[in-house]
Design a protein around this ligand. Structure first.
Ligand code: MG
Length: 400
């Protein structure tokens, strides 16, 4: 029975985004695990939660009691289910699963029941300033063998639209956008790609909770004719009561969850069949221990998985996504935006991208390691976050 001997945090930013990796060491030589705890915009808070609170709680405890330790970490501080603590817990939890699979001498997906599929189908992001640029970017992905593409037109909310042109005197700086111009341009882009590239390609779009609820209902209805694979985050978590309105007016498949961090957010949406795809960020929800249960809950209710997979997930976190993807019968799709050379050098054993699929490797555990000497050459930085300061045409702040 391995005993937890030390817990360390490794901070690195090989591709620009601050990544947080937790390393759990045991008293058995060479037996350690890695977990992702990346909350890129608040990474120092997560690091403190791991080192100041979880480390002293866990040192000397058996590493193989993953469920028990998850419950202990979640409840020990009394207040629970916040993004900082959930990411900190996830870092340890994922590392403990990595250790358990290494002990078994198996890739992690074997502990989850084995493979239902050889690789996980991915979707890529195609954006552009105009329709030609968007189409060109989609064609590049198609040439690489990608079958699912998310279409955006000028970033979230179409930030290049005319939101700044009619703001009042004295309006503050920010990322201005115009919701009406955004939906018009997004529909034009989706229509253009559907018309020029045909019906075989699967199209997605991310609203990124930029619309007022009534506008989101209208937009989801207008997307129906374009036969999307899914429409992502049409509503903010605060506006979930409007989901019924969308369900009543259209059949556009809905994907939600990347901002969720409490079971009260995802459970009713799954059991009520109000969404088609669950998109939680595995570290934001607390790691593999809760994620595998929620994936199974989705299977029982006909809801598929589409775990969040942006650039601010470490390759350790991406590897976890892929292990769950290949093992879950109700896998839907995996978001992915590629690994840079620097990332692949810092994290040997990254999941492999071939054509439109990501593949886990067959090493024991997650199959990913970290070169700490190299990681130290890419220090994290903490400028004030600008992109989240979204503003409406009247100058008021809106969710990013
Ligand atoms: Mg998203």
């Amino acid at each position: 029975m391995p005993i937890i001997r030390d817990i360390r945090v490794i901070a690195t930013a090989p591709a620009g985004a601050n990544l947080t990796v937790v390393r759990v060491e045991t008293d058995e030589p060479q037996l350690y695990g890695l977990g992702c705890a990346t909350f890129t915009q608040r990474h120092l808070a997560v690091q403190t939660a791991v080192l100041a609170y979880l480390r002293p709680l866990l040192l000397g405890r058996p590493a193989d009691r993953v469920e028990e330790l998850w419950q202990l970490m979640m409840n020990n501080g009394y207040w629970r289910n916040g993004p900082v603590l959930n990411n900190a817990i996830a870092g340890v939890d994922i590392a403990l699963w990595d250790i358990k699979a290494k002990q078994a001498g198996m890739p992690l997906y074997q502990l989850l029941g084995g493979q239902c599929r050889a690789g996980a189908a991915i979707y890529r992001h195609a954006d552009g300033r105009d329709l030609t640029e968007i189409e060109d970017n989609v064609r590049q992905f198609l040439a690489q063998g990608v079958h699912y593409v998310r279409i955006q037109h000028g970033g979230y909310g179409g930030v290049e639209s005319a939101g700044r042109s009619r703001c009042p005197d004295g309006a503050l700086p920010g990322r201005y956008y115009d919701p009406r111009a955004y939906t018009r341009r997004a529909l034009a882009a989706l229509e253009h790609v559907r018309t020029t590239l045909g019906e075989e390609l699967e199209l997605l779009h991310d609203v990124h909770e930029r619309l007022a609820p009534a506008a989101a209902v209208e937009f989801a209805r207008d997307c129906q004719a374009l036969r999307l694979f899914f429409l992502e985050d049409p509503l903010a978590p605060e506006d979930l009561a409007w989901l019924d309105n969308i369900r009543r007016v259209c059949t556009t498949p809905l994907a939600m969850g990347e901002l969720f961090n409490h079971p009260r957010e995802w459970t009713p949406l799954i059991t009520g069949r109000q969404i088609d795809f669950m998109r939680m960020h595995l570290t934001q929800m607390g790691g593999l221990t809760p994620a595998r249960k929620v994936a199974a809950l989705g299977e029982l209710h006909g809801v598929r998985t589409a775990w969040h997979g942006p650039g601010d997930v470490s390759p350790v976190g991406h590897a976890l996504n892929v292990h769950l993807d290949v093992a879950a019968p109700n896998f839907g799709i995996q978001e992915f935006s590629g690994f840079s050379d620097a990332l692949q050098n810092v994290f040997p054993g990254c999941p492999e991208l071939r054509g439109g699929y990501l593949y886990p490797n067959d090493r024991p555990g997650l199959g990913v390691d970290i070169d700490e000497t190299l990681a130290a050459k890419f220090p994290c930085r903490d400028p004030v976050v600008e992109w989240t300061q979204a503003r409406l045409p009247d100058g008021s702040l809106h969710r990013p």
